[in-house]
Write a protein that binds this ligand. Structure first.
Ligand SMILES: *Cc1c(COP(=O)(O)O)cnc(C)c1O
Length: 400
């Protein structure tokens, strides 16, 4: 088997148009979002307006990161120290981190083999802990049955905040991920669906919630210079009651993001072509389970997950190391120590330890990989063949 030479962390370059826009901001010297002239909006406010329109939400706040958007959403909802916040047991560290940022207690909900929230466990935990909110992480772009989820949350009156770091642009029955509950949180960090190095969005249709989020983000009394904000009267009391916890986006990042929004839909198609090619090949591979994608879901295949449910820890380690030797970077969520960006709930010591047998059983066989758009379709076929080869070898070795 020929080794693969591509890089799993190399994103596409920033387009010339975005570079020109960035250089223009640099030449102007006006990098701060409120450093505007007359009634011009400025790049950050323009971006908020454009992203709200793309998302189909009334309001949008651009901020420093996806993690900041989540913590701000929890604060703007009024989550305080000691309250319970439900979230997926399978997610990445910024999610329990956002819950810790407001002093709340994360209560982790089991997942299914399709990598989405286990709705039965959700319901029993809602009854058991009376949570303030569900911070749903659409982890690795897998959407749970959003209709069934909303029916449960409505029945118990639990609000929803969606972590859409991996579902920017995804839809369920034609409705954008992030628009099902009170708020959607997005990231524009380099490895997500738009790239400004760091950055984030918070979207909502709730005027008081958004007014609090805007003041929290450090708007001072300049909230009228936002691109997709509630009207000034909504801020009347909120502006004096809400503390400033600076996390503003700057004009340089916004200028890079504005033109990326125009190609997001095209990029989603490009990701899915690559993702589906890999998924289709691996679905044919003995011993491999590729999570089911319901037809209501339009996902964004910016990464690929598969399970080798019967493999031992030793065989999974072998799959990871032999794939690596052939140039393919797989992450194993069952690993006992955190590696790179990957960790699991057992290594979040700031979260009360919780018993999650279903999730642990799934994570112990779960492998994950990025699909950068710098990969051609031939690259993806090559990567899929390498994975099939190393899985076959590891399973054979175990059987022998
Ligand atoms: C990347 C990511 C976020 C947001 O991350 P930031 O780096 O703070 O922008 C949130 N949730 C998940 C699951 C992520 O992977």
């Amino acid at each position: 088997m020929q080794p693969f030479k591509g890089s799993f962390t190399q994103q596409e370059p920033i387009a010339e148009k975005a570079i020109e826009a960035a250089v223009e901001v640099l030449r102007s010297g006006r990098l701060h979002r409120y450093n505007t002239i007359g009634d011009e909006l400025g790049p950050v406010a323009e971006l908020e307006k454009a992203y709200a329109a793309y998302q189909g939400s009334k309001y949008c706040l651009a901020c420093t990161s996806g993690g900041y958007a989540m913590a701000t959403a929890l604060r703007a909802l009024g989550v305080v120290s000691g309250e319970k916040v439900l979230t997926n047991a399978f997610t990445l560290a910024p999610v329990p981190g956002a819950i810790a940022a407001v002093g709340a207690e994360a209560v982790l909900v089991e997942i299914t083999a399709d990598l989405v929230l286990n709705l039965d466990d959700l319901e029993s935990k809602i009854k058991a802990v009376e949570p303030k909110v569900l911070l749903l992480s659409n982890m690795r772009g897998h959407l749970c049955d959003m209709d069934a989820l909303m029916a449960i949350l409505d029945r118990y009156g639990v609000p929803l905040i969606e972590d859409c770091a991996h579902t920017m642009g995804a839809t369920w029955n034609g409705r954008k991920s992030g628009s099902f509950g009170l708020a959607g949180c997005f990231s524009t960090q380099t490895y997500k669906h738009m790239n400004s190095g760091e950055g984030g969005f918070l979207t909502s249709n709730d005027p008081e919630f958004m007014a609090r989020a805007i003041i929290l983000s450090g708007s001072y009394m300049l909230y009228e210079r936002h691109g997709a904000a509630p009207s000034a009267d909504v801020f009347a009391d909120i502006k004096l009651d809400t503390p400033n916890m600076s996390g503003r986006m700057d004009n340089l990042r916004a200028s890079i993001l504005l033109s990326q929004l125009d190609v997001l839909e095209t990029n989603i198609d490009r990701w899915n072509e690559r993702h589906d090619l890999i998924a289709d090949r691996l679905r044919l591979c003995n011993g491999v389970y590729v999570p089911h994608r319901p037809e209501q879901e339009r996902y964004v295949g910016s990464s690929f997950q598969f399970l080798v449910p019967e493999a031992s820890d030793e065989q999974l380690c072998q799959i990871v190391s032999e794939a690596k030797a052939l140039g393919v970077e797989l992450k194993w969520f069952g690993a006992h120590a955190p590696v790179g960006f990957t960790s699991n709930h057992q290594s979040w010591r700031y979260v009360e330890p919780q018993d999650l047998p279903k999730t642990d059983a799934i994570l112990s066989g779960l492998l994950d990989m990025r699909i950068p758009l710098t990969f051609s379709l031939e690259d993806c076929a090559h990567v899929a063949d390498i994975i099939a080869h190393v899985v076959r070898q590891a399973l054979q070795k175990g059987a022998a």
